[in-house]
Design a protein around this ligand. Structure first.
Ligand code: HEC
Length: 485
């Protein structure tokens, strides 16, 4: 590990990333990709039919897009890369190497997208006639295309991480870009985004128009037809995508959403998605037949939440199922490359970590060394006492009222990748497992010794404190075993 270590001890590192990423996807798919094309078409309809009500409604919807995308959208979009670089800098470093030119291209497209959002919204009331209006339409269409292109680039990276396919042998940009999951994932996201955009549009139409007005009837009819076209396509693309996900990954779905205790929740994603699509189709039909119905605003709000929840759990699951890898067959989720394992398991991981306080394990620094091993090898997915905590896992395995058995823990960690296939093999050597187990013993009995994770080679636990803690765990263990007799 060549980077300082960042760790969120309560919520866990993944949490930070997942929250930002899910928020971003919902805003990006629902507003930028899904809604902007609808708005552009509505604007054009107004121009064609010379009905300014269409234009007025489209403008109000674009104002919403403008506000949401330039605040939450932009902040979380940049936030994804910053948080990912904090949480797993090694994987970002590898991805930059593979997608070097795509990164630059992505930036250019992203900046253009932001400029187009500004231009499209800010010139709306100024460029209202003739050639000006035509230029204005062009902004809308280009914005729709650019929003989609940014996603099309990112999806290549996401697909690559799930399954780099032949890139593992060929190592060229295009093998990485056009990975086996690329097209199905892109198709699925495209149609899901268009569907979510439709749901958001229906909701906004209810807000921005009055009851019984002609414009509300016409606009909801238009968006209902839009939904009826894209919803079945989203289902088909979802099915295609599902069939391209490797089987081992599917078997991990059971723990992807909840934890081991909630294994059956994996059906939730599929049920959420399918029922969300069916719900959209149903509402679209009702809208077309009845034109207006009670509680439409509440029902459309529910639909937006429902589809967003499906999208969110889908992202969560996608992040999880590629485990134990962060880039399949190339890099494990702990940031260690598969090819470096033989060296690391011989030398140990501490020796090769530039930013830890203990590069050599001695009896005087054993506990701190153990914590450093934890931070390097486990903290990407576990906390000590927070979310997915090590203590709750060991309590479940060995009981909270008995001393956790050192030998059993040692053996478990040595083969943890066999016990739970979503965990990577332990990357270090036996001496490091021993220090790690000693550190875990400390946290069973004493508060987690707080170590400055940006510690830059400075020891946080003094020699005396180390000694005191070692004596404490030995005393507790022997007391417990006497009590048990
Ligand atoms: C790639 C992510 C990841 C990494 C890295 C990881 N784990 Fe896990 N581990 C998990 C997940 C997910 C679970 C399931 C937790 C649950 O369902 O409560 C788990 C479960 C466990 C369990 C309970 C297993 C069981 O059979 O009930 C233990 C013990 C554990 N991990 C220890 C470790 C240790 C020690 C390390 C570091 C050497 C580590 N893990 C590294 C993801 C990871």
């Amino acid at each position: 590990m060549d980077y300082p270590i960042f760790h969120l001890s309560l919520l866990g590192d993944r949490f930070l990333f997942v929250v930002i990423a899910i928020l971003h996807t919902i805003v990006n798919h629902g507003f930028a990709i899904g809604l902007v094309p609808i708005i552009s078409i509505m604007e054009f309809k107004g121009f064609q039919t010379k009905n300014s009500e269409w234009d007025e409604l489209a403008y109000k919807m674009m104002k919403t897009v403008f506000i949401v995308t330039t605040t939450i959208g932009a902040a979380t979009g940049v936030g994804i890369w910053f948080s990912a670089s904090l949480v797993n800098p090694n994987s970002i470093a590898s991805l930059i190497r593979v997608f070097f030119s795509a990164w630059l291209f992505e930036w250019v497209i992203f900046v253009s997208e932001v400029a187009l959002v500004m231009l499209y919204f800010l010139t709306w009331k100024k460029w209202t006639l003739g050639l000006d209006k035509e230029k204005h339409f062009a902004f809308g269409y280009f914005l729709s295309i650019f929003s989609w292109v940014t996603m099309a680039i990112i999806v290549a990276i996401l697909g690559f991480m799930m399954d780099p396919g032949d890139w593992n042998e060929k190592h060229t940009f295009w093998y990485g870009f056009l990975n086996p999951i690329y097209l199905p994932q892109l198709a699925f996201r495209t149609f899901l985004a268009l569907l979510l955009g439709g749901a958001v549009a229906q909701f906004l139409i209810q807000i921005f128009t009055s009851k019984q007005t002609q414009i509300r009837i016409q606009a909801t009819k238009f968006v209902s037809i839009w939904i009826l076209v894209v919803a079945p396509l989203a289902l088909c693309a979802g099915w295609w995508y599902w069939n391209c996900i490797p089987d081992l990954m599917k078997s991990h779905l059971s723990v992807a959403l909840g934890t081991i205790q909630f294994q059956n929740w994996y059906r939730l994603i599929i049920i959420l998605l399918i029922s969300g699509v069916v719900f959209s189709i149903l509402l679209a039909f009702i809208q077309l037949i009845k034109r207006q119905f009670n509680f439409a605003i509440a029902l459309y709000a529910l639909l937006v939440i429902w589809l967003s929840a499906s999208l969110g759990s889908f992202e969560r699951a996608r992040e999880f199922v590629r485990k134990p890898f962060i880039i399949k067959n190339y890099m494990y989720a702990n940031g260690y490359k598969v090819e470096d394992y033989p060296l690391l398991q011989k030398d140990g991981i501490l020796k090769h970590a530039s930013f830890v306080s203990t590069q050599e394990i001695t009896p005087d620094n054993k506990i701190e060394a153990g914590k450093n091993v934890f931070l390097l090898a486990c903290a990407q997915c576990h906390t000590i006492n927070g979310l997915n905590s090590i203590s709750s896992n060991f309590n479940r395995m060995y009981g909270s009222d008995k001393p956790w058995n050192r030998n059993a823990m040692h053996q478990y960690i040595k083969s943890m990748h066999n016990a739970r296939t979503y965990m990577p093999p332990f990357p270090g050597n036996d001496k490091e497992i021993d220090a790690l187990v000693t550190y875990f013993k400390v946290i069973q009995y004493a508060p987690d010794p707080d170590i400055n994770t940006f510690g830059y080679n400075k020891l946080s636990i003094s020699k005396d404190e180390n000694q005191r803690l070692l004596e404490l765990i030995n005393a507790k263990d022997s007391l417990q075993s006497k009590l048990n007799k």
